[in-house]
Design a protein around this ligand. Sequence first.
Ligand code: PLP
Length: 427
Amino acid sequence: MASSDLHKRRTGAVARGVSSVINSYVDRASGGTLTDVDGNEWIDFASGIAVTSVGNSAPRVVAAVREQVERFTHTCFMVAPYELYVSVCETLNALTPGEVEKRSMLVSSGAEAVENAVKIARHATGRTAVVVFDHAYHGRTNLTMALTAKNMPYKHRFGPFAGEVYRVPMSYPLRDGGLSGADAAARALELVASQIGATNVAAVLVEPIQGEGGFVVPAPGFLPALSAWARDAGAVFIADEIQTGFCRTGDWFASSHEGVVPDLMTLAKGIAGGLPLGAVTGRADIMDAVHPGGLGGTYGGNPLACAAALASIETMRELDLVTSARRIDLTLGGRLRDLAAADPRIAEVRGRGAMQAIEITQPGTLTPDPVTTGAVSAECHRRGLLTLTCGTYGNVLRFLPPLVIDDSTLERGLDVLAASLDAVGAP
Ligand SMILES: *Cc1c(COP(=O)(O)O)cnc(C)c1O
């Protein structure tokens, strides 16, 4: 078994703290399946955590990267600039919500995008406090660990963390008694007023649909209320669309479902078909507040990643992946709701587009059941379906197929899920 040999080598070479969901090693991948080094095929409901929305090795991406890799691989945009970086920024400025004048900067990861958005917001406002939410996930660097909610595995014994980060309750309809979006926002903002003071807030940072925290979809009205409050308070409203962006939720960006226009957006994951790229995009007056030389990094906006981003976005347009995500929503969401109707362990089906999840609890209660969740996920893996779990309580099974997945592969994956739920012991 090639994978088990590789796993032995890995154990002797790779730091234990870097773990993997499965112990099979990938040989090649396409637009809905992975093939491991032993020739087993996996149905991909993970997309490398919402990254390969256009599929793995999408034809346009391969062609664009191949052409660029022969031209030049790196000059550092801060040393010798190139058109691709400018083109990606122009594209992001035009693609993101809001008719205002915008600017962008490019980085190499999501956490780096969030770090820079906070730097820019603090610089532009001259304030320091950053408001974040329960169940939030924003990355693993020192500042973004502080912004992230969950201790294990992200923060445990990695402190001390960056300061001036304040956490308030999220709108989580299943677990907050179905508070309206407006009431959930008021609950959070009262704490902001009493414990921070509105005039000290540099930024309100929120995922329009939470990712690692459990695919929590806030009640309607929550995001608009936060955005309106930030405008009145002179704070920067930052939408972290790293997981939700680029067609994933059935719109180009999840903020648009409620007509919210963020001041700044953080982008990464789906942006470049798997090449490492992140971005901060937003209002020119905020972005341009920073002095020349205040932002940057050696690899930010690497030319190969930029070429891949332009090709990915072109692919999303050409194949109309917004519509694909909505089509996946009908199949995936519909099937999950059917499963939930017959299975009291499934407390809720939620999500938008091709970002859907089931939350698993002790039947008839809200008590999280991470054991069953893990067992169902492991059973899916045994049967060749790559699924991921998430959630503060580890009891959410999430589904993030590539947006180019074909219907029969999607249906086959859902059959495996249904069989796995059965195998783990129906109620
Ligand atoms: C993945 C993720 C990040 C961090 O991105 P990395 O590229 O892993 O650093 C930040 N925010 C959200 C919402 C994410 O899903």
